[in-house]
Design a protein around this ligand. Structure first.
Ligand SMILES: *Cc1c(COP(=O)(O)O)cnc(C)c1O
Length: 435
């Protein structure tokens, strides 16, 4: 390969020197507030205008356009397992980008194969059952689209009447139309009705509702072991076992959406490991790519044959650079024993958080923690937290979700615990003022 591309192809830097008049190639600097207005006039208004423009990240910290540092307690929404710009991930991306970037799924690549093998090793405690296979996608919603296709095709292969799909109230499975059909929130659904028919929502953790709904015409049931977007609400292990038992009895596929709970987030490789069940399909994304966009639909055992040639596809899925980043992440989590640290820190941290005045309840496992407050101050906490140097996320009026990097250390966790009483007072004051 060309060792000195700068000679024949000017780098961005030298192009800037040659033609400083060209606005788009000039070093483009402006203040944070100016970036915010440029954001608002160039990006579609689907997220609102973010309060922060971030420029750098290192470990569990982020830095904004003004040079202010934040402890990242959101981790890119349960994504940045190794924090920001982890040297092993950066090196893997760099090396892969230099050798092979993208080729499409008309061809196989080594990182894609290694990653699928690795996922099959960790998806169940003793490795995936015989015959299991992986479909690599680009996001969580796409992993669930693949799972939904498996469920639908499985049902129709058994009987034309086997078309019902069950999902749980308060579920979040993604925003594309198939996954949205499995997502509970009315506000997300109604502008796009009608969605996929035959999806029925049943109350979570309610054995009777499940027994009433399940029958031989159910093709599959989707569950999250911990409902993350809903505010970190966990399914009982006994309920998961019942879903397993009844879905098997009615030849319905049990899909466990581990997009948020997988890849060590709970302190186990997968959130469902603690319950001992073996699902038919597991979906992954968020934490899998160390920040690179990647998702996976893992079909365990027989249902891995449901999707045959031509039944599903993707241009980017399994992209070598994303796969290389995922491999570096999985290796690092293993080599550095990160998961046992997650379990240890989580236990003490949750116990300390529960003692703070104004905290009503602490839920969750590992580095996926839901904090309920006695007052509706979550939005205000996000704001005062930001001023104090903490990235926080509210999932409801009185609920914060903490999903920091898995490598966050005890000292960093303690800095938040220590600040929280003051943040609660400030947030309560802010709330009162805005009345
Ligand atoms: C985030 C999330 C999704 C959607 O993932 P995207 O990558 O945003 O499409 C699906 N399921 C669960 C449980 C999630 O937390």
């Amino acid at each position: 390969m060309n060792e000195n591309p700068g000679k024949t192809h000017p780098t961005k830097g030298s192009a800037m020197k040659e033609d400083p008049a060209k606005g788009s190639t000039m070093k483009d600097t402006c203040a944070g507030s100016e970036w915010t207005s440029r954001y608002a006039s160039s990006l579609m208004n689907t997220f609102g205008t973010p309060a922060l423009v971030l420029t750098k990240g290192e470990g569990a910290y982020l830095e904004d356009a003004e040079g202010k540092r934040y402890l990242d307690l959101l981790g890119g929404i349960a994504v940045n397992a190794l924090g920001h710009c982890h040297p092993k991930v950066v090196a893997a991306i760099e090396e892969q980008a230099r050798s092979l970037g993208h080729v499409s799924n008309f061809f196989a690549t080594e990182p894609q194969i290694r990653l699928a093998e690795k996922i099959l090793n960790i998806v169940e405690p003793g490795g995936a059952p015989e015959g299991s296979r992986v479909f690599l996608a680009n996001s969580g919603t796409e992993a669930n689209e693949a799972a939904l296709k498996i469920v639908k095709a499985h049902g129709l292969a058994v009987s034309p009447e086997k078309t019902r799909v069950l999902a749980l109230e308060h579920a979040f499975h993604g925003r594309t139309l198939g996954a949205l059909s499995l997502t509970w929130k009315e506000r997300y659904r109604t502008p796009f009705a009608p969605l996929i028919p035959n999806v029925e929502f049943i109350a979570a953790n309610d054995p009777e509702a499940l027994e009433a709904a399940i029958s031989d015409d159910v093709a599959g049931i989707f569950v999250e072991v911990i409902q993350g977007e809903a505010g970190v609400h966990e399914l009982d292990a006994s309920y998961l076992s019942l879903v397993r038992e009844l879905s098997r009895a009615h030849n319905a596929l049990m899909v466990v959406d581990e997009v948020q709970t997988g890849i060590g987030r709970t302190g186990d490789w997968m959130g469902h490991h603690a319950s001992g069940i073996v699902p038919d399909v597991v979906t992954l994304a968020k934490g899998l790519g160390a920040g690179m966009p990647i998702g996976a639909c893992v079909a365990l055992g027989e249902c891995a044959n449901v999707l045959g040639p031509g039944m599903h596809g993707t241009t980017f899925g399994g992209n070598p650079i994303c796969a290389a980043a995922a491999l570096a992440l999985l290796d690092t989590l293993e080599e550095e024993g990160v998961l046992s640290c997650v379990k240890e820190l989580s236990g003490t941290w949750r116990a300390e958080l529960a003692l703070i005045e104004g905290v009503a309840e602490v839920r969750g496992r590992g580095m996926l923690i839901g904090l309920d407050f006695i007052r509706d101050i979550a939005a205000e906490l996000v704001e005062v937290g930001r001023r104090a140097g903490f990235i926080l996320n509210a999932t409801g009026p009185h609920t914060l979700r903490l999903a920091p990097p898995l490598i966050m250390n005890a000292e960093q966790a303690a800095s938040f615990t220590k600040a929280l009483p003051r943040l609660i007072v400030e947030a309560t004051g802010l709330k009162e003022k805005s009345r």
